[in-house]
Design a protein around this ligand. Structure first.
Ligand code: NAP
Length: 256
């Protein structure tokens, strides 16, 4: 890799992409060029980065030449479709979706907790689910000292976690009485209002009656703590808060 980097953000117009761009503005990593990608509908948009206005480009399979590090902040189906094209061009991918999190050989990194796992990456580094991140950061030192054997966690998840369309929906429901079209899952036929409400479903239900989001918290926590024996039960609830998840955690440890 060169001493200064060409960095890309896929999903640059989304909530996570916007936040990545803000972090890149503050980072000391030397950036030679920033390339921003989104869907065809964002063609023509410009995004401010430091003192520049950067054009948003349409993501295609040929988008990846000359990029050193590429952040993916799109749906996991899109990440699955495009990440390998980037890897084949020698790009280091940092993926925010759930597409690769549980794959062997893909480190699932929370820098404050398991940054040392970066050594085994093979071109993809995954970022955990937002609820998992704050759980493991809170529990890491307790786990190191007392070895956690059981976690019962309940989440109160902000609407930002469901992306920019969900956030716009909350805002428009607060202002007027617009019909819900996004939550709990955009592709579902039935939607529920989130303004002045709570929705006890984040992502799809699975055969075990937990949701995907709840099981992500189980498997991702076990992977990050490198301990599949930790018993975990999660209940994930969407609350009408714009940004900022909360959690309540019950713990049992091996050492008293
Ligand atoms: N929000 C969170 O707190 C959070 C936390 C952790 C992980 N994640 C994960 O991060 C990913 C992004 O989440 P988000 O909340 O940022 O979603 P979002 O606000 O809905 O943004 C989605 C982004 O994907 C882009 N996109 C959609 N279709 C595309 C296509 N065909 N080609 C290229 N780009 C396309 C959109 O571009 P257009 O504007 O052009 O449509 C937009 O930039 C998801 O996998 C999510 O699960 C989110």
């Amino acid at each position: 890799m060169s001493k200064d980097y060409v960095i890309g953000v896929v999903g640059a117009t989304g909530l996570v992409g916007e936040m990545i761009i803000k972090c890149l503005e503050k980072t000391s990593i030397p950036i030679r060029k920033l390339k921003l990608f989104a869907s065809e509908k964002s063609l023509g948009k410009k995004i401010k980065f430091k003192d520049q206005e950067i054009d948003v480009l349409e993501l295609t399979k040929d988008s990846f030449s000359g990029i050193d590090i590429l952040f993916f902040a799109v749906l996991s189906s899109l990440a699955k479709e495009y990440v390998n094209y980037a890897r084949n061009k020698g790009v280091l991918v940092i993926d925010n979706s759930s597409a690769f999190r549980m794959e062997k050989g893909v480190p699932l990194i929370v820098p404050e907790v398991n940054g040392e796992d970066l050594v085994y990456h093979q071109g993809i580094i995954a970022n955990p689910n937002c609820s998992t991140i704050q759980l493991v950061v809170a529990l890491n030192n307790i786990h190191k000292e007392y070895k956690i054997k059981k976690i019962i966690v309940s989440t109160y998840q902000a609407v930002s976690g469901a992306g920019k369309d969900a956030l716009l929906e909350l805002e428009s429901q607060i202002e007027g009485d617009t019909e819900p079209k996004i939550l709990p899952i955009k592709s579902n036929i039935k939607h529920y209002k989130i303004a002045y409400n709570v929705i006890p479903q984040v992502d799809e239900f699975l055969d075990n009656n937990y949701t995907k989001e709840e099981m992500k918290m189980v498997y991702e926590t076990q992977k990050i703590f490198k301990d599949p024996s930790i018993e975990i039960s999660a209940t994930c609830v969407r609350v009408p808060v714009k940004v900022g998840h909360s959690e309540s955690i019950y713990l049992e440890t091996e050492k008293p």
